[in-house]
Design a protein around this ligand. Structure first.
Ligand code: ADP
Length: 169
């Protein structure tokens, strides 16, 4: 009896931990980088309360992008999309926190900026669906797939907040 309570508590604790460890991939697309929006986009995610655990800037290869956008390869805009995404560097990030996938999608706004409310990244910074500034994974499974595609495990860092640890130095 006592034993099962112990394990139940442990299971609950682990589940809570997992909940706060949800991750998503957010990328500032080439137009966002060129328009100097990187800082403002990072600021929104930090301010919201998410934790930055991965960050890099790169010129994405067509190979990587064709994997990333594999579900869209039959779309009429697919080739234009690849040209857009290779038109300059992108800043790719992994953000962590409770419900981060869903909340990020809300923060980023509708794919078509005309339908993205003010206050969302796309609603505030873009006007055309083919130059919509930012990417955010659309599901927990999709996020896992995309994070593996863009990051090596060693480049995702776990860190503790200074207000939860003693200085000890
Ligand atoms: P989201 O990025 O919101 O998840 P999708 O996965 O449907 O949206 O599309 C991926 C990206 O393809 C969009 O963010 C946008 O850059 C581009 N895209 C989508 N629809 C169109 C379109 N009709 N014309 C041009 N580009 C598009």
């Amino acid at each position: 009896r006592r034993g099962s309570t112990f394990f139940e508590k442990k299971k609950k604790k682990l589940a809570a931990l997992k909940d706060f460890r949800e991750r998503t991939l957010v990328a500032v697309k080439p137009d966002g980088v060129q328009r100097r929006l990187v800082g403002q986009i990072i600021q929104r995610f930090e301010q919201r309360g998410f934790k930055l655990v991965g960050l890099k800037m790169l010129e994405a290869s067509e190979e990587l992008l064709s994997e990333h956008y594999c579900e869209l390869r039959m779309k009429p805009f697919y080739h234009g999309l690849l040209r857009y995404m290779t038109s300059g560097p992108v800043v790719v990030m992994v953000w962590e926190g409770h419900n981060v996938v869903q909340t990020s999608r809300t923060m980023v706004g509708h794919t078509n900026p005309a339908e993205a409310p003010a206050g969302t990244v796309r609603g505030d910074f873009s006007i055309h669906v083919s130059r919509n500034v930012v990417h955010a994974s659309d599901s927990v499974e999709g996020a896992q797939r995309e994070i593996q595609l863009w990051f090596q495990e060693k480049d995702i860092l776990n860190w503790d907040c200074c207000d939860q640890t003693s200085t000890g130095d």
